[in-house]
Design a protein around this ligand. Structure first.
Ligand code: NDP
Length: 454
């Protein structure tokens, strides 16, 4: 049995009840084979065994009281996965579906994504099965304070720096930061995604969505250059003139839609966990922001306000014909049937804004049909990259301008695209960006782990 098969078998045996984690591990192991089998150094240093086992898994009780005075208890998590190249770094997710498998898959992916940014950040992730939907302002604040009361002992600006994710935006980061400061009496960059009045970075809110669109543009332009003029229908001009479907209507989806629109593309769909809207005239983002960022309402309300839009509570946005598809909601939201529909409708490119939104079978179908496919580890790395820039600004006690940060983000996304395509060319096929991202991300972390000994 090969080293990879051997390690895989033992990971499956030890984590049999963690399907999302196993899915994420399988995707990496199946693509890094050419590297791992080319040199015994990886086996001799037990790199695969070590990189798939978190440094630390912290689980804790989060007690709080609801508005009726009832005591409630949720479970909190922080997985400190790997700090070979920098302090643990990764978001906090508040969603009822959160469990150990989901936090471990996210933490595992984060190792490779953070490595791809070229910045000194290790991999981690956390969250809770608390459901923020329908909770009052006071309940959210009390939950965040209680969550941080325990988390504070495990994190620090040079140890572990959490950020937002599903259900955690500026409001929640603010409450958590306030509580950390109260407990520790230290004013430090322990969280990113902070408000602009207390150490946040300009362009952090926009970073994941903008970064996604930058790298999809890089991918379209590279394909157009390779194909020459004869077969460039739709590929040239990057995003300009493209019809784009987006799922989700949260942080990543909104700012991806904003950048697509700014670059001359047309976004025709958005969704939430209840349903989706189709607006053939192009989504009006002011309306979406009003509903989602201010009223914290449902996407259904969009169709009540914008007369050209239709609301559907069945089906998915992927049934709408498009040139570019950007899944920006959650894991496994795009399955093989959705992939087949998109392929039938002649989709040119898919960029993953969410983490692991496409199932393995869907990715295989896209690659078999020569659809350009940029995986999450590369495609949504802009968020954590600007989080790392927020850490730099906090350490320097300086604040950079929006353009300074946005230009650095553009440079980082181009750098990621170059690394991913070089690795793809060297070890797989030129447009196998899945293999490229896994291999390029893995190499740096593995080298650092080997250098630092067991
Ligand atoms: P938000 O909470 O801001 O938005 C999430 C969106 O996805 C909402 O529209 C939500 O709808 C929808 N959604 C969430 N869960 C489900 C579900 N189970 N089924 C259907 N729709 C769902 O989160 P973000 O935009 O921050 O995150 C979206 C994705 O991007 C996640 O996979 C996250 O891990 C990833 N990501 C985020 C980064 C960031 O900087 N924020 C960085 C890198 C990756 P509803 O409101 O109804 O729940």
């Amino acid at each position: 049995m090969s080293y990879i098969q051997d390690v895989r078998q033992s990971i499956v045996a030890r984590n049999a009840d963690q399907p999302e984690f196993l899915q994420a591990v399988d995707e990496v192991l199946s693509t890094i084979k050419p590297v791992v089998e080319s040199d015994s150094v990886y086996k001799n240093n037990a790199i695969l065994e070590r990189i798939t086992e978190p440094d630390r898994q912290i689980m804790f009780r989060v007690p709080w009281t609801d508005d009726n005075g009832n005591m409630r208890v949720n479970r909190g998590y922080r997985i400190q996965f790997n700090n070979a190249i920098g302090p643990y770094k990764g978001g906090l997710r508040l969603h009822p579906s959160v469990n150990l498998s989901i936090i471990k898959f996210l933490g595992f992916e984060q190792i490779f994504k953070n490595s791809l940014t070229g910045l000194p950040i290790g991999g981690g992730k956390g969250g809770s099965d608390f459901d923020p939907k329908g909770k009052s302002e006071r309940e959210i604040r009390e939950f965040c304070q209680s969550f941080m009361t325990e988390l504070a002992r495990h994190i620090g600006a040079d140890t572990d720096v959490p950020a937002g994710d599903i259900g955690v935006g500026g409001r929640e980061i603010g409450y958590m930061y306030g509580q950390y400061k109260r407990i520790k009496n230290i004013y430090e960059g322990v969280l990113t995604g902070k408000g602009l009045t207390y150490g946040g970075s300009l362009a952090r809110t926009e970073a994941t969505g903008y970064g996604l669109v930058y790298i999809v543009k890089n991918m379209l332009e590279a394909a157009s250059a390779v194909n020459g003029n004869s077969v460039t229908i739709g590929l040239s001009n990057g995003i300009k003139g493209k019809t784009v479907t987006i799922s989700g209507s949260g942080n990543v989806a909104i700012y991806a839609a904003q950048k697509v629109t700014e670059l001359g593309g047309k976004v025709v769909t958005m969704s939430d966990s209840n349903g989706w809207v189709y607006d053939p005239n192009g989504i009006n983002l002011d309306v979406v922001k009003q509903i989602k960022e201010i009223k914290r309402g449902r996407i259904k309300e969009y169709a009540d306000i914008v007369k050209s839009a239709e609301y559907h509570d069945n089906g998915k946005v992927w049934q709408v014909k498009c040139d570019v598809a950007l899944p920006c909601a959650t894991q496994n939201e795009l399955d093989v049937n959705d992939a087949k529909t998109l392929i039938k409708n002649k989709v040119l490119a898919v960029g993953e804004g969410a983490n692991m939104p496409s199932t393995t079978e869907a990715i295989n179908a896209f690659q078999a049909a020569n659809v350009l496919f940029m995986p999450a580890k590369a495609a949504n790395a802009g968020g954590v990259a600007v989080s790392a820039l927020e850490m730099s600004q906090n350490s320097q006690r300086l604040a950079w301008t929006f353009d300074e940060v946005d230009n650095k983000l553009k440079g980082i996304m181009s750098g990621i695209f170059d690394k991913v395509s070089e690795a793809a060319k060297l070890y797989a096929t030129p447009t196998d960006y899945v293999a490229g991202a896994n291999i390029a991300g893995f190499l740096k972390v593995a080298q650092a782990m080997i250098a630092q000994g067991v």
